[in-house]
Design a protein around this ligand. Sequence first.
Ligand SMILES: [Zn+2]
Length: 294
Amino acid sequence: MKRLVPLCTLLLCVFGCSKSPGPRLIAITIDDAPVTKPLSYSDNWERTVVTDSLTRALVRHAAPATVFAIGSDLENPDLATLVRNWTDAGFLMANHSMSHRSFNQLTREAGVLEIGQAQAVLSRVAPVDHRSRYFRFPFLEEGVSLNDRAFWYGVLDSMALEAAPVTITTDDWRFDNEYAEAEAAEDWDRRYRIGQEYVAHVRESVRHWDGLGGQLYGRNVRHILMLHANRINRDYLGVILEGLAEDGFAFISLPAALEDKLYAENVTWIGPSGVSVLESIKQSRLVAGSFATR
Ligand SMILES: [Zn+2]
């Protein structure tokens, strides 16, 4: 019996002293709304199939997604009507710039117009109670220097807007290109294969970025996943949300995700192209010599 005392103490410590990693939480964001590459569809009915499939999947999983729209698309009356498909289903529309050009290549004057004009279009098209205060930089590119980024953030602030970073990026746009090609060629076997590969790719992306979040913070971080309003998600968003739920994720809003202190960490690194904020944090810590698990 003497041996049992330290053993019990050890067991108590394992179950009582170890810190819980916390709940697994994720916000879904959908970019390039109302639909990606709108002119690749023959009519508005085909586009409606995309918006309605996406909203149905999100509603079914009670995922309060934020939807980022490209302003110039909304100047087309057909596309503007599709905003209602999103907002009537309860989703918030947000600013994804006027023409979706990279802010790494814009002059400051042009960038200010990109944000302001898109906001004006959104104000005309989206009901006031379904407008979000968030802005998503096209390609997640926020300028080529810390000065640039500070400037853009200042512009957003002056317009009462806020940047919406991403923790989980995927190549859904690349899979969608191939998926659309297979669909146009009516090669259904190939389209199915691409769909299956896509689902596996998203799962691997989530695993990768969730692993880095855990490595950086020693707990589950509140994720923001970026996907696009495209054909492959028309058919697979439901499967992806189902997989996330099976993996223990609960769906939260973008503002709720941004309450995680990770989004307030000082980022001093800017990469050559847009990346997950977790990669920027990791690189910032590497530069500072402080990359370590917490
Ligand atoms: Zn985009």
